[in-house]
Design a protein around this ligand. Structure first.
Ligand code: M3P
Ligand code: FE
Length: 309
């Protein structure tokens, strides 16, 4: 991995900031790492090392402001900035410090309408464990659902084909799985799951008429049992569940989809498999999609296709 490394951060719009801080810190179980002069609140998952992966911003509408991926170093950032411009997208440089403890960001708008950014620097504050003879988890792993990392996001918007071009040809991602549309529509790809690593997906897109929509942010749980335990915590706290606990056919992930206090969907997720760059993509036909979404039930949950923020 020498180009784009991983999902780094997402800035999420929330309606009631303090209620959301309570949810993300005490119920989901993230670590609060800072607040800035704009009132934004920064979090990371306990086993992440960089300063922050989720930023909450108070707003009167829910949704995602932008998603940022970390790249290897400053030279990689410069190279990708040129490549994105050559692809035909205007880019903007945001100064270091505009986001707390984060270096310069190169920002551009994806064909699906989402603001997307790349950056090379973020202060490493560690996961609370020593680098010599560490124990397997820290006290922060014992609060709430306690995901280990911000794993991926699924975004909805028009022109998924344009995003595929950009991510595969310019940003160096691999297409790992795809969902085809109906036969009568000529089977265009309506869903793409792409990886810049050995994960089944670091980012995914589904075709949708409205640009810039968030389907879900996904948080990694170490085991299926921990996904079930997250479900117990959702029950104890009356967190509304959308789908699950179940397993996706797409990516084989073990999952629960639920809603945060603003109606933004989040996922607690485990499992999957480890594709390599030479793996062949897996295809889900439109009539196989119900099992792609919920393998045991084979159910095309209406909300999956229609509820976004
Ligand atoms: C995920 C995931 C579909 C499945 C979505 C899968 C579109 O959210 O994390 O694997 O059927
Ligand atoms: Fe997901």
């Amino acid at each position: 991995m020498t180009g784009v490394l991983r999902p780094g951060h997402a800035q999420l719009r929330v309606l009631d900031l303090e209620k959301s801080v309570h949810f993300y810190r005490d119920i989901l179980g993230l670590v609060e790492t800072g607040r800035d002069h704009l009132g934004r609140v920064y979090f990371k998952c306990w086993d992440e090392h960089d300063h922050s992966s989720l930023i909450l911003s108070a707003s009167d509408s829910a949704g995602v402001d932008f998603v940022g991926f970390k790249v290897l170093d400053a030279a990689t950032l410069d190279r990708l900035e040129k490549d994105v411009r050559a692809f035909g997208l205007p880019t903007e440089r945001l100064p270091a410090g505009d986001l707390l403890e984060t270096g310069e960001r190169v920002r551009f708008r994806l064909p699906t309408g989402h603001l997307f950014e790349l950056y090379a620097e973020k202060t490493r504050i560690g996961n609370g464990l020593p680098k010599i003879n560490p124990p397997p988890w820290s006290p922060d792993a014992d609060r709430g659902m306690a995901p280990t990392r911000f794993d991926h996001c699924l975004l909805y918007g028009p022109n998924v084909a344009g995003n595929k071009e950009l991510f595969v040809k310019v940003l160096g991602f691999n297409l790992v799985e795809r969902i085809l549309g109906p036969e009568e529509a000529g089977e265009p790809e309506i869903g793409i799951f792409m990886s810049c690593s050995h994960k089944t997906h670091d980012i995914a897109f589904v075709e949708y008429p409205e640009p810039g929509k968030l389907h879900h942010l996904s948080f990694r749980m170490p085991t299926w049992e921990r996904v079930l335990r997250a479900g117990d915590i959702m029950g104890m706290n009356k967190i509304p569940i959308d789908i699950g606990p179940t397993r996706h056919g797409v990516t084989r992930g073990e999952t629960i989809y639920a809603w945060d206090p603003s109606g933004n969907r989040f996922e607690t997720f485990a499992g999957g498999y480890e594709p390599y760059p030479d793996s062949d993509p897996i295809t889900w036909t439109f009539d196989g999609f119900a099992h792609g979404l919920d393998y045991p039930q084979g159910k095309l949950h209406e909300t999956f296709l229609t509820v976004v923020t």
